[in-house]
Design a binder for this molecule. Structure first.
Ligand SMILES: O=C1N[C@](c2ccsc2)(c2cccc(Nc3ccc(F)cc3)n2)CC(O)=C1Sc1ccccc1Cl
Length: 331
């Protein structure tokens, strides 16, 4: 038009640079917290929102677009058609249905698996090189389902897993000790949620292992009751549900942090849900969280922590449980 012709003297035609496009599937509280975390931290400037609720989708897209001035002038698009996710480097799946009153866990799993049956193949069709991060719950089982449906190598699909559990764990310890969360190193591994496994021997600040100072740390007869920190991680989840009805900010920030590690090929170590067969004596084809090195190719390496017998036993129990549930899922 007249204005653009007379306003700009073009130097180059805008060729698409190697975009860091990210697709977020599911625009519920978690999906939107993830999108906002990505945009506010400048982790991605090219976001695609996918959901089936078209009005809500358009509203969220417009509302986010109107914040462009306060962001890094991002490209934000939204559609129920997966075509608009084409060329994504990372696809974050937060879509899922809530557990209904009295619904069995297996029914919930099957309903969420049914959503993945259309979602995963469509994402892979339009972004064949993408890394998939599964956030939907139950996370470990749905990460397995997504991996099976994607037919991708195991490094390209992982779950947010105990990344959130570990961040709450480190926060609570940091509160107890009076230092920053990032300075408290500690890992919760295994099944995300109620049956997660805290690796007490690994909790340290500047390499000083708390277990060396408080040898009974994590035991039931520990006078300092450190085991309560893990219980508080679990109780916090239920308390937040009771207080606000859902959780979204910490999980959204954690999904954005995982995405940043991929897009910047940072090789950070995160507790995420990976295929554990052949590790720690586990023989099941299941996904559980272990500390993993994450980069542009997704899961690059797994850190093999020295686990106590009870920790290995808890992982084995979870693996057997997940394997049993997975057998009951119709893919
Ligand atoms: O902070 C949460 N909130 C959720 C939630 C629930 C509704 S909206 C958000 C939560 C909170 C409490 C329990 C619970 N259980 C659950 C199990 C299987 C499912 F398929 C879905 C949910 N989920 C979802 C979830 O996974 C978390 S983390 C979490 C949960 C339980 C124990 C420890 C942790 Cl670190």
């Amino acid at each position: 038009s007249g204005v653009t012709k007379n306003l700009f003297s073009a130097i180059s035609d805008p060729k698409p640079m190697t975009s860091r496009k990210v697709t977020v599937v599911g625009i519920g509280a978690v999906g939107m917290a993830t999108a906002v975390s990505l945009l506010c931290q400048g982790i991605s400037n090219d976001i695609c929102l996918i959901d089936v609720m078209e009005d809500r989708l358009k509203g969220e897209m417009m509302d986010l677009q109107h914040g462009s001035l306060f962001l890094h002038n991002p490209k934000i698009h939204a559609s129920k058609d997966f075509k608009s996710s084409a060329g994504s480097k990372v696809c974050i799946v937060t879509a899922g249905v809530r557990q209904q009153e009295g619904e069995s866990r297996l029914d919930l799993v099957q309903r969420n698996a049914n959503i993945l049956k259309t979602t995963i193949p469509a994402l892979c069709q339009h972004s064949p090189d993408a890394i998939l991060i599964i956030v939907s719950n139950p996370c470990d089982i749905l990460t397995y389902v997504a991996w099976k449906l994607s037919k991708l190598p195991v490094n390209r699909v992982f779950g947010s897993g105990t990344n959130l559990d570990s961040s709450r764990f480190r926060f609570l310890i940091a509160q107890r000790l009076g230092c920053s969360t990032s300075s408290v190193h500690g890992w919760i591994i295994g099944e995300h949620g109620d049956s997660s496994v805290p690796v007490w021997s690994g909790v340290n600040i500047a390499g000083v292992r708390l277990k060396d100072i408080a040898p009974k740390m994590g035991d039931d007869d520990d006078p300092e009751l450190w085991k309560k920190v893990h219980k508080d991680v679990i109780d916090a989840a239920y308390q937040i549900i009771k207080l606000k009805g859902f959780t979204n900010w910490a999980i959204g920030l954690s999904a954005a942090a995982l995405t940043n590690t991929i897009l910047t090929n940072q090789h950070n170590v995160h507790a995420v849900s990976v295929m554990v067969k052949g590790r720690h004596g586990l023989d099941y084809e299941v996904f559980l969280s272990l500390p993993a090195v994450i980069g542009a190719n997704g899961v690059e390496k797994v850190v093999m922590q020295h686990l106590a017998p009870n920790e290995r036993c808890a992982l084995k129990f979870s693996a057997a449980m997940l394997s049993e549930i997975q057998c009951g899922i119709k893919l």
